[in-house]
Structure formats: C-alpha cells, structure tokens
Design a protein around this ligand. Structure first.
Ligand code: HEC
Length: 271
C-alpha cells in the first residue's frame, strides 16, 4: 500500500512537470534558494550577486547612491522612444504596462513575444529600419521602458496549451547540459548560487530578470537579457544563439516566470 501511494505521488509529480505548472515550479525554485541562502530575503533577490556577496555590496550601493554610469543612456532611451514614435504602437503606448505584459505568449503566432521583440517590431513599422537586439538603441529604449515600471511586480502568465509548451521548452533549455563543460544554467545559477566560480560569485537565477537590460562594467554599457544569455553560453563553452531567436525567447519566458512576484528595479549595475 505504502509503495502504491509513493508511486501515485511520484506520478502526480511527473504530471505536474509535464503540465508546466508555473506556480509549483516557482515554489520549488524559491524553496531551494531559501534552503541554500537562508539569510537572503525574497525581495533582495532582485539585486543578483549583491544579494549574496557581502564583499561587493558596499561598492554596489555606492554606485547606486551616486550617478549610476547608465543614467544618461536610459534618459537617451526615453528621448528615442518618442523620437521614433514608439508611443504610437499599441504594444508600447503605455510603457509601464508594456514591461509587465512582456514576455507573453501570442496565440495568433504561437510564439513568445518579448519586450525587445515588440520594440523591434514597432521600430521597424515606424521607421522602416531594423533595430539590433543586444546593445545600443534597443538596450537604452528597453531600459527606459522598464524604468517606468519600477516597483511593479513581474507577472508572467502561462495558461494556454501553446504557452505551456513554450514554457516547457524554455525550462528544458535552462536545465539542459551543453558546451565543452557539459553544464546547464541551473548548475551555476541554481545549485551553486552564492558559491565562487573562478573570480566570480554566482548569482541566484531567482531575480535574474528584475533589472534588465543590465549595465555591466565589463561591457562599459547596457545590454539586453539575450546579450547576457550569449555571454553565459560562452561561459559554458557553447556557441551562443542569436538574440531574440525562438529558443532564447522561450528560455526568457521560463526564466522571467521564475521571478514572478519580484519587483522591477532600476538598479541595473553589475560588474
Ligand atoms: C559556468 C557557470 C555559468 C553557467 C553554466 C551559466 N552562467 Fe550565467 N553567469 C555566470 C557568471 C560568472 C555570471 C556573472 C556573475 C553573476 O551574476 O552570477 C553570470 C551572470 C548571469 C546573468 C546576469 C545576472 C545579473 O544579475 O545581471 C544572467 C541573467 C545569467 N547569467 C543567465 C544564465 C543562463 C540563462 C544560463 C544558461 C544558458 C547561464 N547563465 C549559465 C556563470 C554561468
């Protein structure tokens, strides 16, 4: 009897995974971080590595207290948003709402629409030109849009069958081993979060998307989440995919959903 019950529990767990239930996935995710990082409050996870690395926290706070190195770029992004008529596209007309709405699953195209993919589409419609996906204008505009939503909570909705399939694919990408090191995103940012990897302390994946696009001292500028994905594919000695490719959009869908309930922040600085 006991065996049977265990089998039934095991089965319902499997069904849970197959049905891509965000709430139960996120619960497990949060519980894991509570266990390995018991001193870190939930809201603090938006600060990435600075939530777990006391050594560099002071420097982070000093940078935020002064004029952060990305302030001018974000302001410029606001001017560009108007200059290129991005306020005229329904998807971006209310910037705070746009940050919260994306990424979402579009039933018509059966694709995940990220904020950057919406910006690119609108920009092309308004100007007849193409916009990049990783840095420069797109990062500035996206950062300015996100600034309008500071304090609002990430709320990725995964409901339809199509959305669940995209989410499941993104989740599989997050946990898949790849590259010369045969590592997954989870190996560094879930199982070893808070630990040291060469010169770096590894940030927890919980809260990874609250401050995107991020500024990196290494880049000496802003970059989109997909630019960062490319960098981490290189960390894994794997070939990066193109930014805004379907696999990265699905990965983002899962990745952002794991931060549901955390506040959007304009504290974009990272080392
Ligand atoms: C070999 C370890 C390693 C692997 C594997 C890895 N990363 Fe990273 N990642 C890092 C390091 C080191 C940094 C910089 C320090 C930090 O924030 O963790 C980083 C930073 C990041 C950041 C920026 C965090 C912030 O607060 O701005 C994101 C997002 C990210 N990684 C996502 C991923 C994703 C998604 C994958 C899988 C495709 C992945 N990483 C795989 C090592 C890794």
């Amino acid at each position: 009897m006991k065996k049977l019950i265990t089998a039934a529990v095991g089965l319902s767990f499997l069904v849970g995974v197959a049905s891509a239930d965000v709430a139960s996935d996120q619960k497990a995710f949060i519980n894991h971080f509570k266990t390995i990082l018991p001193k870190v409050e939930f809201a603090e996870f938006s600060n990435g590595v600075y939530a777990v690395d006391e050594g560099s926290r002071e420097q982070f706070e000093e940078i935020l207290d002064g004029i952060p190195p990305y302030e001018g770029a974000v302001e410029k992004g606001g001017k560009e948003y108007l200059k290129f008529g991005l306020n005229k596209c329904a998807s971006l007309a209310d910037p705070a709402a746009a940050r919260i709405k994306h990424p979402y699953f579009d039933e018509a195209s059966q694709q995940v629409v990220t904020l950057e993919s919406a910006i690119k589409k609108c920009y092309a419609k308004q100007t007849g030109k193409k916009l990049g996906s990783k840095k420069g204008k797109i990062a500035r505009i996206s950062a300015w849009i996100s600034d309008q939503a500071v304090g609002k909570k990430i709320n990725v909705i995964v409901k339809s069958a199509g959305a669940k399939a995209a989410y499941a694919k993104g989740k599989a990408t997050f946990y898949a081993k790849r590259g010369q090191f045969n590592m997954s995103c989870a190996d560094c940012h879930v199982y070893n979060a808070g630990k040291k990897a060469r010169a770096d302390i590894l940030s927890p994946a919980l809260g990874h998307t609250t401050h995107v696009p991020m500024y990196r001292a290494k880049w000496a500028g802003l970059g989109t989440l997909h630019r960062r994905y490319g960098g981490c594919y290189k960390n894994m000695r794997a070939k990066p995919l193109k930014a805004q490719t379907e696999a990265y959009r699905n990965l983002e869908f899962f990745h952002q959903a794991m931060s549901n309930g955390l506040e959007i922040t304009d504290a974009r600085y990272r080392k």
